[in-house]
Structures are given as structure tokens and as C-alpha cells.
Write a protein that binds this ligand. Sequence first.
Ligand code: SF4
Ligand code: SF4
Length: 306
Amino acid sequence: MSDIKIDPSEIPFPTSPVQPALIEGGTEITFRCRRGIDCWNACCSNIDISLTPYDILRLKQRLAMTSGDFLLQYTLPYELEKDGIAGVKLKPVEGGSACQFMTPEGCSVYEDRPTACRYYPVALLSMRRQDEFTDTHAYALVKEPHCHGHNEPRPITVEAYRQEQGLEEYDRLGRGWRQLILKKKSSGPTVGKPSPRSLQLFFMACYDIDRFRDFVTSDNFNDVYDLPAETRAQIGRDDLALMEFAFQLMRQVLFNEMTIPIKPDALEKRLARKQEREKRLDEIAAKVGSLDGLRDDPNDKYKISD
Ligand code: SF4
Ligand code: SF4
């Protein structure tokens, strides 16, 4: 058993109704999930699956969808912290609790199934030790009555189970996002409350990567950020590079970690654009008498305007 003490508020996933037991990578568990087991698909019939940005990237590539279409069809947003940054979960079938990807034969996206599905019945707990911003890992074993895989006589360590489930890649590529969440949750008021615009940007950068690509390759973005041409080209064509850039940009926006150079005249240009836009809106208002629907809608969480 681990001696790590966990503050449940710092776990970046909703807590399970089942109280998990903390274990470490070398801990041996007894578990096998196999086709033909009498609980086949029970776990996928009542889902609560949080998605990482890399999970979304893999699934939208597999389904040949844009991230925006994937989010609309297969996910629901939820609050990772009250009135703060958001997460997304898999949306179950209409009127039910089963996963939309569940079929009688099993998971229809198995090779690209999300991190949480790979880990089950182990849960990854990323957490921060007191007064540190670097994350540390522990695991928990979740034993739910419907899952009979625990009765299968196969001993395996957590580390071996992680390798079997292809989790090294998923954890490596999910780490930047987990660190963002941990740091945001741990920092509390010290970093101030992010503006609605920063929260919108977090959602787009972390989950709606195709829209984020349009944003970072726009003239407006390039008026502000001084990116080398090579970086711009790479994030324009490579989803993984774009995802890592998204985490870097969010560290800059949320925590002021200034790693992306800003052009010296960026603020002046931005102010000039804002004044020009306000002037245009005032002119329109003078003609039509109302600005309803023309100014930015603060309730549109998907909208990032200049
Ligand atoms: S994605 Fe696959 S493994 Fe995960 S809940 Fe859905 S059907 Fe089950
Ligand atoms: S053994 Fe557990 S993980 Fe496998 S199908 Fe049954 S409920 Fe799901």
C-alpha cells in the first residue's frame, strides 16, 4: 500500500462511488478481462469516462471526424473545478447509460479506446505533493460488484498491466494536460480567477484541436505571437505537435510562464483592432438602433474572438 496522502480535491477526475484502495506500480493484482466472461460489456453499459486531449485526438482520427463534430456527437462537458476549467466525458447513448461505442462484440474503437477504459479496473491518480507543482503518481484498484474479472486467476503487476494496455504512450501524451489541471487546482487564488476568455481558450486548446489549429494559424494570432516559421508549419500539420503547443500556450495564459515570445507591437495592434471594431459597431448601432447579436456572446463557450 502507498503512504501517499491524497487530497481528493486534487484528483483530476471525478471520484468513484466505490472507495478505491491505493496501490503502487509493483503491486500485483489478480485480474483478466476476456471475451466470453459472464460480465462481458457490463462496464461499458453504465459509463462515466473522462477524456484527455490525447483520447479525443485518437478517437476523432479513428472516426475521421473533426474535433468539433466529435465533441458534439460523443461528449458532454463537465466542471473540473467549480466555475473554472472544464473537462469532457463520453456521452452515453440517447436515453441510456451505455457507451455509444459498445457493441455485442465489445468496444468498436478498441485500439483507440480512452485512457480510463485502458486503466480499468486500475485508476491513475495524478497528484501534487504539498508545496510542489510537479505531479506524482499512485494507482487505485477499483472493485465493483459487476466486474467479475477480479475472479480470474491471473496475477499481474500494475506496471505490466499498464504495458499490456498500451498506457505508457497515453500517459506520456496526457501528462501535459494533467499537469495543467493539477497546477490550476493547486494554485487556487494565487493565479487569480481566469477570465471567461481564458476558460474558453482552455476548452478549445485542450479539446477542440481542429478549431484551435484555425485559431493559432490565423493572422490575428500571428499578429501577437512571434512563432518561428518552422513551428508554425509544424503545428499546422501535426496534431501531436499542436496538442503540446496548446499545453504550452495555456501555461502561458493561466500561469504567466512566458515561453512563447510576444511581438513588441502586439498590444498596440490589438488595441487598434479593438477600437476599429468598436467604431464599426457604433456606426452600425447608429443606423439600426441595436447591437443585439453583434457583440461577442459571453455565454458561447466555444467562441474565441479577437
Ligand atoms: S470506449 Fe469502448 S471500452 Fe470505453 S466505455 Fe466505450 S465501449 Fe467501453
Ligand atoms: S471483466 Fe470487468 S472490465 Fe471486463 S467486461 Fe467484465 S466488467 Fe468489463
